[in-house]
Design a protein around this ligand. Structure first.
Ligand code: IMP
Length: 431
């Protein structure tokens, strides 16, 4: 009955969706615990590409229950559209297959308008958000003026809250951001309709998880974004607005720390980042372009080209510490095939000094230089590799080095986008 948490070790887009989809085979319940539809999990199943933004990637397995925890911020329009498009693809999503926490906060139209308006006003100093209203929604949650999913089910209370909040938001939108005000009636009517459709899915997720655990079920917690985008531990202010580290699975789903048995960190064989902020191993020339094209490194939420660079061991070590990683899954190893040499960042240099960690001061971000170690590349394509022995010796050496550097065992290697293109060395559920 283990509970396994999956988190990103970099700046998101590590391929968590695919790993969750594979691990979901052994899980009974799959839970999202933070973030919102800023996430985009791409899965290729039966040759067909699916992108999920809110619903856990385990949804493609029949008989599994997917849950959206209290720590997630939910845009009901996006959630309902996702349910609809899965159903159109022949995958029914009835209540019971999917549950949504009554305590999750709602992304409202003013959250999106503020997110976009602020970024436009900031210009060059923007964060490069996904524009989905994530930050403004978490702000309201913490400021105790958010609206929870459960409150949609009480029209009178919802209307009164909305009226009060919208007055302030419209003032800010018009007077400060120079944006058009939003209509109370329109939001009220639209959101009540959303509420009616979502009502059968709304539940107490924490209780459901406690019952499942008592029954001996396997639970998989699916993180979104990555460790360096964590609001406390990431490259602030170029971060998202939630805690993305493994500990957030507890507060974001309503389970205690003692119920977590294993934390799996997902690490892409190179690094990518979307949006602004420091990226010490970024490759701005040919190799970066090559990785972007070969790896299909375009945002699955916004379509933006991702910045690409070598694997950064400094942030990997931070991810090990911040998440208490039990194991690593290395993804997209196939993208490195064909390169004559592969580089790995062992440390940074700042003003002539060696640094073993990411600085926390913005003023130092510009000064970071990666100290790189070179590895011989390999030519073979990896998509047919199904065991460790199938991997070229150079790829094995590179993986062994990562494992030793991070001091965490590699338990899975992903060798292509399709579900079956992976090597599972040890299943985290087999404790
Ligand atoms: P926000 O989460 O939309 O507020 O965006 C804040 C920062 O996090 C921006 O740099 C985004 O590009 C980044 N970000 C948010 N979600 C993801 C994700 O799922 N993958 C990668 N980057 C993300």
């Amino acid at each position: 009955m283990p509970s396994v948490v999956v988190v990103g070790t970099q700046w998101g887009d590590e391929g968590k969706g695919k790993v969750v989809d594979i691990l979901a085979e052994k899980a009974d319940l799959i839970v999202r615990f933070q973030g919102g539809n800023n996430a985009g999990h791409t899965l290729v199943i039966g040759g067909r590409k699916h992108i999920l933004h809110l619903i856990p990637s385990g949804i493609f397995h029949p008989e599994k229950t997917c849950l959206i925890g209290n720590g997630v911020v939910v845009d009901p329009a996006v959630l309902l559209k996702e349910i609809e498009s899965l159903e159109t693809a022949g995958l029914p999503v009835p209540p019971g297959k999917l549950w949504v926490s009554e305590n999750a906060h709602l992304i409202m139209p003013y959250h999106k308008a503020i997110d976009l308006g602020r970024e436009a006003k900031k210009g060059k100093t923007r964060i490069g958000t996904t524009g989905r209203g994530i930050g403004p929604c978490y702000e309201d949650k913490v400021a105790r003026r958010g609206i929870k999913v459960g409150e949609l089910l009480e029209p009178e209370l919802f209307g009164a809250k909305l009226k009060e909040i919208l007055e302030e938001k419209n003032f800010y939108l018009e007077k400060y951001l120079g944006q058009a005000p939003l209509s109370y009636q329109e939001i009220y009517k639209t959101y009540l309709r959303f509420g009616e459709r979502l009502a059968p899915y709304v539940t107490n997720v924490s209780e459901k998880l406690a019952v499942a655990r008592a029954e001996g079920r396997n639970i998989l917690f699916e993180g979104a974004q990555g460790t360096q985008l964590d609001i406390d531990h990431g490259t602030y202010p170029f971060v998202t607005s939630s805690n993305t580290v493994a500990g957030a699975a507890c507060s974001g789903a309503g389970v205690g720390p003692t119920t977590i048995d294993y934390v799996l960190g997902i690490c892409k064989a190179y690094t990518t980042r979307v949006g602004e902020g420091p990226f010490p191993t970024e490759l701005k020339e040919n190799t970066g372009e090559h990785l972007r094209e070969k790896g299909g490194e375009y945002g699955s939420t916004t379509g933006r080209p991702r910045r690409c660079g070598w694997l950064d061991g400094v942030i990997l070590k931070e991810a090990v510490r911040l998440n208490g990683l039990s194991g690593l899954a290395v993804t997209k190893l196939d993208v490195l095939s064909g390169l004559s040499a592969i580089e790995f960042c062992e440390a940074y240099e700042i003003q002539g000094q060696r640094w073993e960690r990411m600085p926390t001061r913005v003023s130092l971000f510009q000064e970071l230089k990666p100290l790189l170690r070179s590895f011989p590349g390999w030519k073979d394509q990896l998509s047919r590799c199904r065991s460790w022995e199938d991997l070229p010796p150079e790829a094995q050496d590179y993986l062994r080095f990562i494992e030793e550097f991070a001091q965490v065992p590699i338990v899975m290697v992903s060798t292509g986008p399709a579900r079956e293109e992976h090597i599972l060395l040890r299943d985290p559920f087999d404790l």
